[in-house]
Write a protein that binds this ligand. Structure first.
Ligand SMILES: [Zn+2]
Length: 171
């Protein structure tokens, strides 16, 4: 099932999601399947549960754009445990469509999370994957990438979004 993507302005995107305590249930497996399906439908490389209106600490990532099943990553209750180096590059978000900004992020990032069975693991990614770890984990703590750009750029973006909202082009 493909869920609609929740857009900026919905409070679910700006509050910390709840921890997941039940693992390996049919509901969780189905939900993860739906998250991948929703992410591919929206042509994203990452998706966090709040972006489909579910306030739980679950994110999926696939930097191969569905080309390589081995690159499918499930992060449940993730925490960033190490960040090294710097990269500056364009970043966007499915919940803020039509906008992209230069965002400075760590180049090499290690995340600790649980998989669908509740097993804890650590994974280190570089470049795009590092960016995805940071972006998606942020989402689960109610943080959007626009918190990493200048206040000036952020205010400009928010004004443009308000205009779109008033015109009925943002929902
Ligand atoms: Zn996002």
């Amino acid at each position: 099932m493909v869920y609609p993507i929740v857009k900026f302005g919905d409070p679910v995107l700006e509050r910390e999601a709840d921890d997941v305590n039940e693992f390996d249930t049919p509901e969780l497996h189905k939900f993860l399947e739906d998250m991948f399906e929703s992410m591919y439908a929206a042509k994203g490389v990452g998706l966090a549960a709040p972006q489909i209106g579910v306030g739980r600490k679950i994110a999926v990532i696939d930097c191969s754009n569905a080309e390589n099943p081995a690159e499918k990553i499930v992060l449940i209750n993730p925490k960033i445990v190490a960040v090294e180096g710097k990269q500056v590059g364009e970043e966007g978000c499915l919940s803020i469509p039509g906008f992209r900004e230069q965002v400075r992020r760590g180049k090499r990032v290690t995340v600790r999370a649980q998989n669908a069975k509740g097993e804890e693991f650590e994974m280190t990614g570089e470049d795009l994957l590092a960016r995805a770890f940071l972006h998606e984990t942020d989402h689960l703590y109610g943080k959007l990438y626009i918190s990493h750009i200048s206040a000036l750029k952020r205010d400009l973006m928010k004004r443009k979004i308000k205009k779109l909202q008033r015109a009925g082009d943002w929902s």
